[in-house]
Design a protein around this ligand. Structure first.
Ligand SMILES: *[C@@H]1O[C@H](CO)[C@@H](O)[C@H](O)[C@H]1NC(C)=O
Ligand SMILES: *[C@@H]1O[C@H](CO)[C@@H](O)[C@H](O)[C@H]1NC(C)=O
Ligand SMILES: *[C@@H]1O[C@H](CO)[C@@H](O)[C@H](O)[C@H]1NC(C)=O
Ligand SMILES: *[C@@H]1O[C@H](CO)[C@@H](O)[C@H](O)[C@H]1NC(C)=O
Ligand SMILES: *[C@@H]1O[C@H](CO)[C@@H](O)[C@H](O)[C@H]1NC(C)=O
Length: 611
């Protein structure tokens, strides 16, 4: 038995040695993610040099094989192979077929390593780029891979791996399959638009003149239910050693981009021959101020939701936040803030009080506008609520004391759980929701408060939340499928606890006015937020106010404009024609000009029926 096997595999390698002598590039790539020849030596591979980099060359088969699954090009990895070669040279070479990745959570790049016996057959051959969407299929617009089972946000995550399943490519249906089918190709993006701002390396996500889905008025792509925009591609470092601009803005138009398609750092990417150039920017540069203003009555109570990104008394962005609140959010009656740090910021010395931070913000707003805000928060236990070590970020409220006040204040401490008492009174006002519940381990506890209008005493419940972060997520172009959505289980537990608290209020008083707002670190259509809605019975203000789905974004991440910040209203409040606006003060400007990493939103409520 043993010897049969031995002879069998011996014969196989003998055959392989013969067969592999004249492999074409598309045969080496094969119709799946991984090369069928991975680990094998190949010789006499023929290709035309289409591009050179510091670390290798890109070669294309002289005759395409007309199979959309198998790329006709491949990367040859070697810092010396290109020394005597010129783009347009027809060469033959030998080498070893390799699958390379720098992290287990990435996909593999197929390449030929250790090139040998490189011979130039002829020079000056034509090298044309393939125009994406014209000379190729058009990039798929919804699904990433067959392994996502129809929902890239599906829970549980990481149920399979592309590197293990190695599915046959369906480049007409799945985005990753499409980009993989062009691995190593020289391609062109016609009519590109930036759908992100550059990262620290100048890498910029773009779409071309192909069909896209989810395009918002600014020209970028908004993430939607089951659709995380596989039609976008990131442009990496230029092959000529130049640098991409670092001040590209969302929706900027760019010059056509020619470069090679590869995979690195967790994403399919195009390495352009030379740096990107912006030709024009979306206008206006800044959004207009909100149209939703308070008149100090119960009929027009305004509020804002704003994650102010690790605000301290000394923050450089303090005056920017104040300018936003006074001049663009028009001094809302109540402001739900997240990421307010303690009085000495990230210094980890036991200080938890944030009154200097909040006073400084109040003063800055007063000097930018006319309102001197009062504030309320609850200091957390030191280093128990996550975020930057020592910063003790917490959620807080600012309120305009000319219009609004706390109803019967009775503040709770960090460990006091406020309870819903008969008549929908709270045992602490303000108070934290179930601070001892392990859903909040190393995470911000929501702060609940009951506010009322100074005139008439019309009241509403406010729930200010900042759910656990998405840290630990894997890339949308990564190996685990569906991608790892870091913290999703904790956020679902947080949603259940928060939702139950709201349900308790509504059980006591079905017509209560409840506003839950915050940075939930999750999309509206993913399990945690669906849990919050179903457990609480609250309604998503984006839907109630009729904000177009594509305009629902407050944050930029990778290729996606997305909404991590949400507002939910109780049924009664949702029936009183509430208004809502996302003010894109931070997503529209260059990275250096942003004040926070989130956009603020403004809403307006009628609470007159609620004495
Ligand atoms: C490679 O090609 C050369 C000349 O084109 C030929 O002499 C040689 O036998 C080929 N090698 C293999 C392993 O087929
Ligand atoms: C390039 O050509 C020169 C001159 O023929 C030769 O000395 C050198 O070894 C070649 N380099 C490579 C990497 O083939
Ligand atoms: C961008 O501009 C530079 C300088 O004018 C030029 O060298 C480069 O080719 C341009 N890049 C593109 C993609 O047009
Ligand atoms: C903060 O609170 C402390 C203790 O109550 C008080 O001494 C200090 O003046 C307050 N600081 C500000 C800026 O309100
Ligand atoms: C300040 O108040 C005056 C008078 O009410 C008003 O005209 C002006 O627009 C206000 N400015 C701001 C920034 O709110």
């Amino acid at each position: 038995m043993k010897s049969t096997l031995w002879w069998g595999s011996g014969l196989h390698s003998l055959l392989l040695a013969v067969v592999t002598s004249a492999l074409t590039i598309p045969e080496i790539n094969g119709p799946s993610f991984l090369s069928p020849y991975s680990g094998e030596s190949v010789s006499n591979v023929t290709g035309i040099v289409t591009a050179k980099s510091e670390d290798g060359i890109y070669i294309r088969a002289p005759r395409p094989d007309n199979d959309v699954r198998t790329s006709n090009s491949i990367y040859v990895y070697s810092s010396t192979v290109g020394t005597n070669l010129t783009v347009g040279d027809l060469i033959v070479l030998g080498g070893e077929v390799q699958e390379y990745r720098s992290s287990d959570d990435y996909l593999y790049l197929t390449e030929i390593g250790s090139p040998s016996d490189v011979r130039v057959i002829s020079s000056g051959n034509d090298v044309e780029s393939l125009v994406i969407g014209h000379d190729t299929l058009t990039p798929p617009i919804i699904q990433y891979t067959s392994l996502d089972d129809g929902d890239v946000f599906g829970v549980p995550n990481a149920q399979s791996r592309i590197s293990e399943e190695n599915p046959e490519l369906q480049p007409d249906r799945y985005g990753l399959d499409f980009w993989e089918s062009l691995s190593g190709e020289l391609v062109k993006v016609q009519g590109p638009n930036a759908v992100s701002r550059p990262n620290q390396y100048g890498d910029t996500w773009v779409i071309g003149d192909w069909q896209v889905r989810g395009r918002n008025l600014r020209g970028s792509l908004t993430i939607r239910n089951k659709d995380a925009n596989p039609e976008a591609i990131i442009i990496g470092s230029p092959l000529d050693g130049s640098s991409n601009p670092d001040d590209t803005k969302l929706g900027d138009k760019l010059e056509d981009i020619t470069g090679v398609l590869t995979y690195a750092f967790g994403f399919y990417r195009i390495l352009p021959l030379t740096s990107l150039n912006v030709t024009s920017s979306a206008q206006p540069a800044q959004p207009p101020a909100t149209s939703l203003e308070s008149d100090g009555t119960c009929a027009r109570v305004t509020f804002a939701q704003y994650n102010v990104e690790n605000l301290t008394p000394d923050s450089d962005h303090m005056s920017g936040v104040a300018d936003h609140i006074a001049n663009f959010l028009k001094n809302p009656d109540v402001i739900f803030l997240q990421e307010v740090q303690d009085n000495d910021g990230a210094t980890d010395d036991g200080v938890v009080d944030a009154n200097a931070t909040l006073s400084a913000l109040s003063e800055a707003i007063a000097s930018a506008g006319n309102v001197t805000y009062a504030y309320v928060d609850i200091d957390p236990e030191n280093d128990e609520d996550g975020g930057e070590p020592g910063g003790n970020i917490r959620n807080a409220y600012l309120y305009n004391p000319d219009h609004i006040r706390l109803r019967d204040p009775n503040p709770g401490g960090p460990d006091d759980a406020t309870e819903v008492l008969p008549g929908a009174r709270l045992s602490y006002n303000p108070g934290r929701i179930a601070p001892a519940d392990d859903a909040w381990e190393d995470s911000r506890k929501p702060i609940v408060a009951v506010f009322e209008t100074v005139t008439g005493g019309h009241h509403f419940f406010a729930v200010n939340a900042h759910f656990a972060s998405k840290g630990g997520s894997s890339s949308l172009h990564g190996d685990p499928r569906p991608p790892v959505n870091g913290g999703v289980d904790q956020r679902t537990r947080q949603a259940r606890v928060t939702g139950q608290f709201i349900a308790d209020i509504l059980a006591e008083r079905p017509r209560a006015a409840v506003v839950a707002a915050g940075d939930f670190n999750e999309f509206a259509f993913v399990e945690p937020m669906e849990t919050l809605r179903s457990v609480s019975g609250m309604r998503d203000l984006d839907e109630v106010a009729g904000i177009a789905e594509k305009e629902r974004y407050t944050y930029l991440y990778d290729m996606n404009s997305q909404e991590l910040d949400h507002v939910y209203l109780s049924h009664y409040l949702a029936q009183q024609s509430p208004k809502f606006e996302h003010i894109h003060l931070n997503t529209w400007v260059s990275y250096d000009d942003q004040v926070s990493d989130h956009d603020p939103s403004v809403g307006r409520l009628n609470i007159c029926g609620l004495a």
